[in-house]
Design a protein around this ligand. Structure first.
Ligand SMILES: CC(C)(COP(=O)(O)OP(=O)(O)OC[C@H]1O[C@@H](n2cnc3c(N)ncnc32)[C@H](O)[C@@H]1OP(=O)(O)O)[C@@H](O)C(=O)NCCC(=O)NCCS
Length: 290
């Protein structure tokens, strides 16, 4: 029986309706991009398919229509709220809280140790997370795009293609830097982006993915010494439309991007009800995959 009112699990057939809700709820967040709309929507479809396959998702129904959606993922012992959006004309009437509580209950069933989210600056979002115990946890995600000429002469490290067989080393970097590994997301990234690695005598010094629209997401560097040359390598590959979502805890990455001519756009606040890794020496996949 079709759900006309209330929250139900999302299905593949809901993806286009979810993308329409997200577009309506985030109108004006990003400056107009050079990326063709069809390409952007195709990229969104791939992300939603991945979230449906590897996480739990809910849609809010009103009068038989999808008016909101939420996705959450569990990676090792970490629950992360990937997305939560309600159509503007239906906001502030309880749909967001209903979906969040549905996904939290499903996460609890999976036994996650920590619950986390990157909160927008919408006070309703932040209020929902605070009231469910997820408090600002020490850093914000800063979105950077290139704005001015580089002030420095880049010194890019040589890169080689990231291989499937590198995954155990990538997992080790993820655990060290973030506190958990997420090989299923790396498998997804291999299908939508190009992976690169920087190697030295001690193994993998850094790795990163560059998406077709220039997003460097994610980026991981083993130690402070490896950051600058790896950021410069990613910057050179990503080209003029490059963008990065960097935790403010990754101060060496932030400093190098500023030197290279990037400037910050919007912020999201990382909120959690327990401790994770320090998120130094990394850029994030984005608000949806951490
Ligand atoms: C954030 C969002 C998903 C919340 O969903 P919603 O259905 O609008 O919110 P709810 O009606 O469930 O209310 C959420 C909380 O905000 C409170 N609230 C409602 N309207 C409010 C307002 N105008 N100002 C401040 N708080 C408000 C509610 O009382 C509730 O808090 P409570 O449980 O302590 O009472 C939705 O507003 C949205 O899509 N916003 C834009 C996109 C966004 O920022 N998404 C979050 C990404 S992290």
């Amino acid at each position: 029986v079709e759900t006309k009112e209330g929250t139900r699990p999302a299905e593949t057939g809901d993806i286009d309706a979810m993308i329409a809700v997200k577009d309506a709820a985030t109108a004006g967040w990003d400056p107009p991009s050079a990326q063709p709309d069809a390409e952007r929507i195709a990229g969104q479809r791939q992300l939603f398919e991945h979230l449906l396959e590897t996480g739990s998702s809910a849609v809010a129904m009103r009068e038989g229509a999808v008016v909101g959606f939420a996705n959450a993922i569990v990676r090792e012992d970490v629950w992360f709220l990937s997305q939560l959006f309600v159509r503007p004309d239906v906001q502030s009437r309880g749909a967001g809280a209903e979906m969040l509580d549905d996904l939290l209950a499903r996460g609890e069933a999976r036994g996650a140790r920590v619950r986390s989210v990157l909160s927008s600056d919408d006070p309703r979002a932040l209020g929902l997370y605070l009231s469910r115990g997820m408090l600002p946890a020490g850093w914000s995600m800063v979105h950077f795009t290139r704005r001015v000429a580089s002030k420095v002469k880049p010194t890019p490290a040589p890169v080689v293609p990231l291989q499937v067989s590198d995954q155990p080393q990538v997992d080790a970097l993820d655990r060290d830097i973030r506190g958990f590994a997420h090989p299923q997301d790396h498998a997804f990234l291999r299908t939508v982006a190009t992976g690169h690695a920087v190697r030295d005598d001690a193994g993998m010094a850094a790795c990163f993915y560059v998406q077709p629209n220039g997003r460097v997401a994610p980026f991981l560097a083993r130690d402070d010494r490896s950051v600058i040359a790896a950021v410069d390598a990613a910057d050179a590959i990503a080209g003029p439309d490059a963008s990065w979502s960097v935790p403010s805890a990754a101060s060496a990455v932030v400093a190098r991007l500023l030197d290279l001519g990037y400037r910050p756009g919007w912020l999201s606040t990382f909120c959690a009800d327990g401790t994770l890794g320090e998120f130094r020496r990394t850029s994030l996949t984005g608000g949806a995959l951490l």
